[in-house]
Design a protein around this ligand. Structure first.
Ligand SMILES: C[S@@+](CC[C@H](N)C(=O)[O-])C[C@H]1O[C@@H](n2cnc3c(N)ncnc32)[C@H](O)[C@@H]1O
Length: 231
């Protein structure tokens, strides 16, 4: 089952990284080395700008990992909630990245959360950075539909770090790749979707998707893209 594969994968990354190597734990690495703070700042800037995050906003961070990015989003607004299904990563988030009473992290599958959230009207913005690609088509569609229908105060959703189906060769080059890896949620990089595919999927769920240019100096800009969804 793909969810178990992905959960185990991130549990293993977290276990193999040092306790303070927060960005190594969520695989912000190149050739096994954790990327620089400058690279992480590019991600944070992209999300803050893409969401137009303001002090009064409350943010929902889906697939938040260990909260090392989430804490920077929280700091730019009123707070919010991070959800992830990796027990190790949520343990790190709760230990290191809860700064105010209005900031919290929860161990849960993101789809289960959006189906059952008791307080959806609390949130005004949402982000899913580096996680959407692990949702198979039906789950991805249900997630976007529920965000639209239940989270009625959410005005923008940032889907970040999506691997681009049309630039898969720029990542793999001549390296070996499993057959059909681009369609496989249960793989290290998840499903490679084209921009057209994400636009169509978003439109089917009531959202308009706008592709955001990545900083050309960002380490994955040659094969990934960001999208902001508007109502
Ligand atoms: C690449 S990490 C991204 C973490 C963080 N958002 C970041 O960009 O640094 C992907 C995360 O998605 C989480 N994830 C994948 N599928 C999930 C699901 N169905 N429910 C909850 N978390 C999920 C994994 O546990 C992992 O922490």
């Amino acid at each position: 089952m793909s969810k178990a594969f992905v959960r185990n994968l991130y549990e293993s990354y977290a276990g193999a990284s040092g306790p303070d190597d927060f960005f190594g734990q969520v695989k912000h690495t190149v050739a096994g080395k954790t990327v620089s703070d400058e690279q992480i700042s590019m991600i944070v800037e992209a999300v803050l700008r893409g969401l137009a995050l303001e002090p009064a906003d409350r943010i929902l961070d889906l697939c938040c990992g260990n909260g090392a990015l989430t804490t920077r989003f929280f700091a730019a607004c009123e707070g919010g909630l991070g959800i992830d299904f990796s027990p190790t990563l949520i343990g790190v988030a709760n230990k290191h990245f809860v700064r105010r009473p209005q900031e919290s992290f929860r161990l849960q599958d993101v789809l289960d959360y959006v189906r059952c959230a008791a307080d959806p009207s609390l949130f005004t913005k949402a982000v899913c950075h580096g996680g959407f690609q692990y949702l198979p088509r039906s789950d991805a569609q249900e997630l976007l539909e529920l965000l639209h229908r239940r989270f009625t105060n959410v005005q923008r959703v940032f889907l970040g770090n999506l691997p681009d189906r049309n630039r898969i060769d720029a990542f793999f080059g001549t390296r070996p790749r499993a057959a059909n890896v681009e369609h496989e949620a249960a793989s290290p990089l998840g499903i490679w979707r084209s921009i057209d595919e994400v636009e169509a999927l978003s439109a089917a769920c009531g959202w308009t998707a706008t592709v955001r240019p990545m900083d050309p100096g960002y380490y994955a800009a040659h094969y990934r893209y960001d999208v902001v969804l508007h109502r």
